[in-house]
Ligand binder design. Sequence first.
Ligand SMILES: [Zn+2]
Length: 323
Amino acid sequence: MTHFNPITLVSHKHYLEHDTGGGEHPEVPERLLAISEQLKKSPLCPVLVEVDAREPERQDVLAFHDESYLYRFEETALSGKTYLGHPDNQICFDSYQIALLSAGGGITGIDLLENNNADLVFCLVRPPGHHAESSLPLGFCFFNNAVIAAKYWQKKYEREKIVIIDWDAHHGNGIQAAFEEDPSVLYISIHEHPTFSFPGTGHAEDNGMGPGTGTTLNVPLRPGSDDTVFLQAMERLVEPALADFRPDRIIVSAGFDGHIKDDMSGLSYSTDLYEVIGRKMAAWASQYCQGKLLSILEGGYHLESLAESVERYLQGMAQTTQG
Ligand SMILES: [Zn+2]
């Protein structure tokens, strides 16, 4: 009989109220609802612990974002405008508060991990974060949830060396921008090649700048890349980078839009792959971080595949750590 270790899901009902206008927009509340429904009928259900995300302190958000950007975002939302900066970034009246609460997911998870109230945390949040830059919303992202989490972990708990492993189909330009000159955070992104994919960044030769040279690892994959290509990249490039860096803590930017059925990318991952990834992330957490693992939802837009892939990812991580 399969045994699963507990997983804490950090989420909030207000995440469903970030309204991207209906119609064509892919980043919709139904994403979280589909995942919740899937998990309710999953064998994992008995080991899932649900915790509400709390709002971050303003200083936690300002650790990365410009204050003028916070004002601009808040004013734009409250004025009734329907997008911020670019029509991709649809907002509603409450989106500023909800985006703050989304950034609070990682922070809530870190407190649980560090106070020994959890080992495996998955933040079921929206809006996503990895494209957001310090004063620029991009690709449905407003606040960079992973960057804010990494900075909080360093500042509050003095976990010096953080790795962010981002296997969303798209390059996390915002995470790279935050840490490309910072040797204390290793950013690893495996994504569809920027020639073919939004946002057009993340070339293999971009490996950091100044003191941060060598602590950015971009692994662009050709369209059509499948599980085998992904796992080879993990083995050949990601594992050695982790072994060199020896992180104190791991953050996973968990995007599921590389799935073959997800038309937001040309990647061809199967649902099965996500279980393998879950096992790997948990194994690395055991190896380097006393089993502590924080994952934050990024993309994933094909509702059925998203829900199934999240379930399999969680199954993989919960199995691995049973020892
Ligand atoms: Zn994506």
